[in-house]
Design a protein around this ligand. Structure first.
Ligand SMILES: Cc1cc2nc3c(=O)[nH]c(=O)nc-3n(C[C@H](O)[C@H](O)[C@H](O)COP(=O)(O)O)c2cc1C
Length: 238
């Protein structure tokens, strides 16, 4: 259809109109981006803390409490007690994950990252922790730990600082597909000398190492997990 060329006034009016519409769209995008930013800022960064020791006076639980204390305000450290989990058994699993297992899987899925503090038992990963990892490694290839940043630290009475247990744990987690935070390595030897009678970590150097590890976890999350973790509801329905 032939259209007569617009008059100069009409052309000017159309130009102003299109500029105004483009400006309004940009302003709308800005408002939406700002709202998204506010939502992200409001949400705490969640770290799920798991100790590889069940005892009340555990130094490794003490390390996790220290992590909670030194973490910046926007980091929320929540604990999960793996002592509630039954022994892994494929027959039990086939009948459906027991309730504590479902809760652990949901807690991992809805956290940005996992922080494990483990002792070393006979140069290896304690059975309770290996058991918990066996549960959450399933279904094979679709574990909630897949692509999840996981940081490791550990305290022992001996001189290894839990190095052997940590090395074994890194291997297992890597195999499951977790993103194991490479450093800093927090190895805590001679633990009984570093905690007070309330099992509070008193050693400033170790507290600083833990602070750096928490920071490193946040860094790795930003790299591998630009989106928020999945909601608990979507885990329950999957
Ligand atoms: C079964 C068992 C095996 C252990 N093996 C080691 C070991 O290989 N190296 C070590 O330094 N400490 C070993 N310990 C001592 C632990 O370091 C010590 O019990 C430590 O406090 C456990 O951590 P927790 O305080 O978090 O419970 C072992 C303890 C137990 C119960």
């Amino acid at each position: 259809m032939n259209r007569n060329p617009p008059s100069p006034e009409q052309a000017l009016l159309e130009f102003f109109q299109s500029t105004y519409e483009a400006g309004a769209t940009l302003a709308q995008w800005d408002r939406e981006a700002l709202e998204r930013r506010k939502t992200v800022d409001r949400k705490p960064f969640r770290i799920l803390a798991i100790a590889g020791s069940l005892r009340q006076g555990s130094y490794n639980r003490g390390l996790l409490r220290a992590a909670q204390e030194v973490a910046p305000g926007w980091v929320e450290v929540q604990f999960f007690d793996i002592g509630q989990l039954p022994f892994f058994n494929e027959d039990v699993e086939a009948a459906g994950d027991p309730e504590p297992v479902r809760r652990l899987k949901a807690a991992i899925a809805t956290s940005n990252a996992v922080l494990i503090a483990t002792p070393e038992y006979n140069g290896a990963v304690p059975g309770v922790l290996a058991n918990a990892i066996d549960w959450v490694s399933r279904p094979t290839g679709r574990s909630v730990l897949r692509n999840k940043p996981v940081a490791i630290m550990g305290a022992v009475l001996g001189r290894s600082g839990s190095a052997n247990a940590q090395a074994a744990l890194r291997g297992v987690l890597g195999r499951i597909g977790a993103v194991v935070v490479p450093d800093p390595q927090v190895l805590v030897p001679s633990a009984s000398k570093l905690f007070d009678e309330n099992v509070d970590l008193r050693n400033e150097g170790t507290r600083e190492e833990i602070r750096q590890l928490v920071e490193a976890v946040a860094h790795w999350c930003r790299r591998v997990q630009p989106e928020e973790p999945v909601s608990a509801q979507s885990v329950a329905s999957s």
